[in-house]
Design a protein around this ligand. Structure first.
Ligand SMILES: Nc1ncnc2c1ncn2[C@@H]1O[C@H](COP(=O)(O)OP(=O)(O)OP(=O)(O)O)[C@@H](O)[C@H]1O
Ligand SMILES: [Mg+2]
Length: 365
């Protein structure tokens, strides 16, 4: 799949601009703060419905404008698809082939993308939030079932947490078991899907890592808790856990167990990568996970996602840069950097120069 055209209107620092992307490598160049990442973010937003850097969509609207509009024309093996998002102060509208879609799940997954930037270091070095976000975004792009389970789980979790803060003890005792039943069912689906996904991701990430490091390091990924059996078995175990944690949850006022607290263990040469790896090691491990994600999307949908590499070339050493470029041949890639010459070594690409939210030059291969 690929993005052929991207139109931005009042999106971030763009007033109105249209990008044409080719297959293969598209390179956005320009000085700092000109709009390279903003353009990449727009593509990611249309694929995932989530912004990269912010919690509130309204920040995507150009300062002073009423709403932002992002539209992409894409080509998939099922034909051409147009995706459009209109972002208003407090809501958004999504359009698929010009028709309004009511639910985000029907919009997501039409176009898939994998994003990598220097910030992805957090995936290795930070707390579990980042790794859960990675899993949630990645699995949601390939499984509508997961996306729905996750939305329902979050909604019930919110209600459960509200109930835990109630004063009326009889109300709590009456209602909590009802929530716990439903929570366990969705939690089990999430856990089972994550387990399945990690089983596919782990060997591919290990292979990518061995490739990037010439076999000098081994990377392995695994869920931090092991669950046996199918969804039903997992659900009854989780239900038991919710029951067992009830007292503590009531004391603390929130739900202390469940997939919203689970994590992935990332090991480099057998040692926990968190708080142990160097910046370069963490970056390479994160990149390997993203390259594995590309492979999984290929496997599941039969076509490669759009790969977005934001500002990562200058952070990698020469050998890893070259390896990365060779690895992504055949994948449409949107790559941002300040100096294309220094990082691409004459690789054939569609070069787009950006200044202050405007395209100021384009060089087709
Ligand atoms: N909602 C908004 N309205 C107007 N301008 C915005 C908005 N959001 C971000 N910007 C501006 O967009 C500019 C470009 O940001 P962007 O992150 O795309 O830069 P960049 O070209 O990737 O730079 P760098 O090389 O430093 O990464 C920033 O200066 C930022 O202030
Ligand atoms: Mg940037």
């Amino acid at each position: 799949m690929r993005v052929k055209k991207l139109e931005l209107e009042n999106f971030r620092n763009y007033e109105r601009e249209t990008f044409s992307f080719t297959e293969g490598l598209n390179v956005l160049t320009g000085k700092n703060a000109q709009g390279k990442t903003n353009c990449a973010e727009a593509v990611f937003y249309l694929c995932t419905g989530a912004s990269l850097r912010i919690r509130h969509d309204r920040q995507l609207i150009r300062t002073g404008a009423e709403f932002a509009r992002v539209r992409a024309e894409t080509e998939t093996r099922y034909g051409n698809v147009s995706l459009e998002a209109r972002v208003f102060e407090t809501r958004r509208e999504l359009y698929l082939n010009g028709n309004r879609v009511a639910r985000a799940v029907d919009f997501l997954g039409n176009m898939r993308s994998v994003f990598f930037s220097p910030g992805e270091l957090r995936l290795i070095q930070d707390g579990p939030d980042e790794r859960r976000r990675f899993l949630n975004l990645s699995i949601s792009q390939t499984s509508r079932e997961y996306c729905t389970a996750l939305l329902r789980y979050s909604r019930i979790l919110e209600q459960r947490n509200r109930l835990l803060k109630e004063r009326d003890a009889s109300l709590i005792l009456e209602t909590l078991p009802v929530w716990d039943d439903q929570l366990a069912a969705y939690a089990a689906r999430i856990v089972a899907k994550r387990r399945e996904y990690l089983a596919e991701l782990s060997p591919r990430a290990a292979e990518a890592h061995a490739f990037l490091t010439d076999g000098a390091e081994t990377l392995s990924l695994a869920p931090d808790r092991t669950f046996h059996g199918g969804e039903e078995e997992i659900a009854s175990r989780l239900k038991r856990e919710f029951e067992e944690s009830r007292e503590r949850d009531l004391r603390l006022g929130f739900t202390t167990v469940g997939p919203h607290r689970d994590d992935i263990r990332i090991l480099l040469d057998g040692a926990d990568a968190r708080g142990f790896s160097s910046q370069g090691q963490a970056r390479t491990a994160a990149l390997s996970m993203k390259l594995a994600e590309v492979e999984i999307f290929k496997l599941l949908s039969g076509e490669a996602p759009v790969l977005i590499l934001d500002d990562v070339m200058s952070e990698l050493d020469l050998s890893r840069r070259k390896k990365l470029l060779s690895r992504i041949a055949g994948v449409q890639c949107i790559l941002t950097c300040t100096h294309a010459e220094r990082v691409l070594y004459g690789a054939e690409c569609n070069k787009i120069r950006i200044r202050a939210g405007k395209i100021v030059g384009a060089e087709r291969p």
